[in-house]
Design a protein around this ligand. Structure first.
Ligand code: GTP
Ligand code: MG
Ligand code: ZN
Length: 296
């Protein structure tokens, strides 16, 4: 039996890369198709090769066993990654800041580090970027500005990807695949256009795919999405997934303070000072969303 990692999953077939980099197209044993054991990109598995390619390396196989996952991200659906790279474009389509915070919450829940990449800087004016910088005062995540077209910021992006397993996540059309092609031209990932009328992507990337990077590390390119469901979170735990609240822990007047309307709330006092107002707005919005579903 060989050990490998699932790098692609499509129509019941899984592409598994063994420790020497050889690829096997595999089917999975029954229990690995359903429930919590159902396989996804990133999973480490044991598999039995059943047929070798005529030229030697790789072939076909049967996946027999799933190895324990270090973590599991719900959206995009991947396991065993080190960090989440949230990709947004500044324009065409516009950046969805609330969606960024939703993704960050899921990353925090899984204990993943995360950064934000704002792409398509070539479409923005200098004054727009200055305005944005103001809005990102005290933003709790690393922000990298890039353009897959002009090459701006690619060195910083590469530096952040080096030696880690990252997952690229964000809406369709923001340039996830384009950025990866720019980071490593040999990848030749398919990219799509953005509709002029509704300024949305066309869901060009259809499946998650894990790729090795020549600079060291690997990255999973994923299909775009516009919604993230956080309804399985506990409202009382939400604050734990906002890392910028961490240093204020225990300083509110009430021990169970939810940082919404309680008096002497240390978090609320810091909004607009050391806390980014937009992030706090998202926190309020998510609390409201979680509370509402509790009532109905
Ligand atoms: N102006 C500009 N256009 C870009 C940039 N990056 C990507 N694009 C364009 O944006 C469109 C969508 O790019 P993709 O790389 O396919 O976007 P994606 O995020 O992979 O989209 P999905 O696979 O559908 O999720 C293409 O027409 C790209 O040429 C950029 O930095 N600047
Ligand atoms: Mg894509
Ligand atoms: Zn508080």
């Amino acid at each position: 039996m060989l050990q490998g990692q699932v790098i692609k999953a499509s129509g019941g077939f899984f592409t598994v890369c063994d420790q020497n980099g050889a690829e096997y197209i595999c089917l999975a044993r029954g229990m690995l198709k359903r429930g919590s054991e159902s396989l996804m990109v990133g999973d480490y598995v044991f598999f039995e090769p059943v047929k070798n390619n005529s030229h030697g390396a790789g072939g076909e196989g049967i996946i027999e066993k799933l190895l324990p996952r270090v973590n599991l991200l719900k959206r995009p659906h991947v396991s065993n990654v080190d960090q989440l790279a949230v990709i947004m474009s500044l324009k065409h389509p516009d950046c969805d800041w609330q969606l960024v915070s939703r993704m960050m919450v899921l990353a925090e829940k899984e204990g993943l580090s995360a950064f934000l990449c704002l792409n398509k800087t070539d479409l923005t004016q200098k004054n727009e970027l200055e305005e944005l910088a103001g809005r990102l005062d005290n933003y709790p995540y690393r922000v990298i500005y890039t353009s897959a077209v002009s090459g701006t910021g690619l060195d910083r992006l590469k530096e952040s990807l080096k030696g880690k397993c990252s997952v690229f996540a964000g809406p369709s059309g923001v340039g996830k695949s384009s950025l990866l092609n720019a980071v490593q031209p040999g990848l030749s990932l398919k990219t799509g256009t953005v509709s002029e009328k509704i300024k949305r992507g066309r869901h060009t990337t259809r499946q998650a795919e894990l790729m090795s990077l020549n600079l060291g590390g690997s990255v999973v390119d994923t299909p775009g999405f516009t919604r993230i469901d956080i309804s399985d979170l506990d409202a009382f735990q939400l604050a734990d997934y906002f890392p910028e609240f961490e240093s204020l822990r225990g300083q509110c007047g009430f021990r169970n303070c939810q940082h919404i309307s309680e008096p002497r709330c240390a978090v609320r006092e810091e909004v607009g000072k050391n806390l980014n107002p937009m992030r706090y707005e998202h926190y309020q919005y998510f609390i409201d969303e979680l509370d509402k579903q509790g009532v109905y």
